[in-house]
Design a protein around this ligand. Sequence first.
Ligand code: ME8
Length: 517
Amino acid sequence: MKDTYYLTTPIYYVNDVPHIGHAYTTVAADVLARWRRLNGDRVHLLTGTDEHGQKVARAAEERGLDPQAHCDDILPRWKEMLELLGISNDDFIRTTEDRHTARVQEFMQRLYDQGDLYKSVYSGPYCVRCEAYYSESELVDGDQCPIHRQPVERLEQENWFFRLSKYGPALLELYDSRPEFVQPDVRRNEVRAFVESGLEDISATRTEFSWGVPCPWDEGHIFYVWFDALLNYITAIGYGADDDAFARRWPADVHLIGKDILRFHAVYWPAMLIAAGVEVPRQVYAHGFLLVGGEKMGKSNATGIQPSELVDHFGRDCYRYYFLREISFGQDGTFSWESMEARYETDLANELGNLANRVLNMVTRYADAKVPDPSVAGGEPGPEEERLAADRQAAVEGMAEFDQLAFKKGLEHLWVLVRGVNRYVEATEPWQLNKRGETARLARVLYEGVDALRVIAVLVSPVMPDAAGKLWHKLGPDEPLETQRLPDAGHGGRTAVGATVERGELLFPKLPEEAGT
Ligand code: ME8
């Protein structure tokens, strides 16, 4: 039975290399996966590549390559992105793998056998960039795709239709009985209104090109790329191949997606699953767009920034932190070099990095780099310590906003603690205690400082695993950071007396001088 928190990113089209929009979803999914692990869950994080369809076929053609050769050639660029950003995915699926294509054929055959597919003629608009059919009324200015504002193509083809309309009532029942199924609420309302306005059946196969999974009962047809792609979420975890592995993970706890692909995930996907008698996922969460200069950043409008351009300058931790701290997940947000620089300098270098440096410096100088014993007479906690404990408690509780994917809010709570520890150091003035020889009180203050840094390292680890690991190491605990679990690791007083700390290098050194891109 299900014993695993299963979450997914979209599988990305390999028509081009990744940009920071793709990395945004991927990082959020990784942070959530690490957060769940920190809370003791067994986790399975899936990502991968969507390799079939007309968009990829055309990209290959432009390069004069066979589609498979094109995909194989570009794949390393996507895997490098995962490496670059420290993504802890448990699997990576390519839709050209046999484990996927064979199951897609079986799934679709089942829909066919039970009468959910019928042959008819599709005549209407299609956007190759979205790989989506649109109705005339959805077009902008008569012939433009509402997402890309580029002219659509007109298709006239006989193909196999999926009886989507039949599942309208079941979908409405799903949205109403399980409001958490589509999140945020604004997206659920949008999807509900779309379904309520009446669903039309959709084409499930295509015929005018051959780069796709072949339809087993009708030669010359390949499956429409979205039917193929969506199924990755179940084929990758053993649907139809390993019942035990499948049962331990499905239903997915959350599919993380951008709002551009909401309809596929919140309408087509549950309808396909309901038709096949498979449970629907627990949640589809659609985040907003990253904008650059006010426009949706994309591969095709020359605003695409590659993650490495930012990671090279700011480092991986800042990259991961910045996007989640700066933008409310679920809403659109603007990337700018200047705001990223400001986050690095203020939140990371000044508030967190300097704090760690300062506390560890004092332990090194005043206590011979050993965590002092606070339990001696005269070292009893007072009002300053109570306040610090309250900040710590609030941070641990506030980070639970991550459960709702409210990463920005969670990080704001955590930074109240970071600032709280800074304030604690200012208020208790350990340098004066040292000067006055108040050793018992000094021991208490230094202990509390180190202990608070320990909690910060734990809490920040899903977002900035490298910096958290370095900070943890500096604090000298015996146990590895990876074994820490909430809520226990968030409690105060768990730092071992006598541990050797190490000041070492700054967690967030001064940024290199060169100007941005
Ligand atoms: O749609 N801001 O793949 P895709 C935020 N293969 N996120 C963005 C973004 C931006 N400017 N641009 C892209 C596909 N994304 C399909 C998915 S899933 C079964 C198949 C992110 O390569 C966002 O998550 O076009 C969006 O949904 C995804 O990249 C689209 O990636």
